[in-house]
Design a protein around this ligand. Structure first.
Ligand SMILES: CC(C)(COP(=O)(O)OP(=O)(O)OC[C@H]1O[C@@H](n2cnc3c(N)ncnc32)[C@H](O)[C@@H]1OP(=O)(O)O)[C@@H](O)C(=O)NCCC(=O)NCCS
Length: 171
């Protein structure tokens, strides 16, 4: 199945709500489940569209997920943080790994100061860790009791990929 990445459009709102409004999708994300079309619309308008790299993962131009690269500033401008989520009906088909391969090469070109991409994953989120392992991210360690996630303090796994690291191909 061919996937594309593109910036968000206002007309993505209904598709966006299908995944951002699903508690199975948001279980381990740092953001809360979207509860209405109005909320989805303001998130797209105020966050996704102005964001330097927030992309809709699309099939036939319909949004089925999102992917973000968040460049840091000041002394941290050497790194950027990754975020991603996919509509549950598409899980397990290698879509996010493919989308990340596209975005990572674009991201390093678009943000020349960035030499490190990092992702922190709730320790129970095995699917997300598997995605990063498959791409060749380095598992650097566990950040113990690092953050609240849906009301509970969680351990996070810190992953990174440097601009000089190889991105592993589809296996
Ligand atoms: C995590 C997520 C992005 C994965 O995307 P995807 O396109 O389904 O990824 P893949 O198709 O590569 O499938 C996930 C991999 O994890 C594996 N996996 C899934 N659940 C697992 C579990 N409980 N334990 C171990 N491995 C698991 C799958 O078998 C697959 O590996 P494989 O290709 O070796 O068989 C998607 O499940 C999602 O959107 N989850 C909700 C949002 C989220 O967690 N975002 C990340 C926050 S850090």
């Amino acid at each position: 199945m061919e996937i594309t990445l593109r910036p968000y459009k206002i007309s993505d709102v209904d598709d966006f709500l299908k995944y951002a409004g699903n508690e199975n999708v948001t279980r381990f994300t740092r953001w809360n489940t979207c509860t209405s079309k109005e909320e989805a619309l303001s998130y797209i308008k105020e966050f996704c569209i102005p964001h330097p790299y927030c992309r809709s993962i699309c099939i036939h131009d319909s949004s089925i997920g999102f992917l973000m690269i968040i460049p840091q500033s000041g002394d941290n401008k050497c790194r950027a943080i990754l975020g991603y989520a996919l509509a549950a009906e598409y899980w397990g088909q290698g879509i996010v790994p493919r989308a990340l391969r596209m975005a990572i090469s674009e991201g390093f070109k678009e943000f020349p100061h960035v030499v490190r991409l990092e992702a922190t994953v709730v320790v129970e989120n095995k699917a997300s860790q598997r995605v990063l392992d498959k791409l060749g991210f380095h598992k650097e360690g566990i950040l113990r009791k690092y953050t609240f996630n849906k009301g509970q303090v969680k351990d996070l796994v810190m992953y990174s990929l440097l601009s000089t690291d190889p991105i592993l191909p589809n296996s």
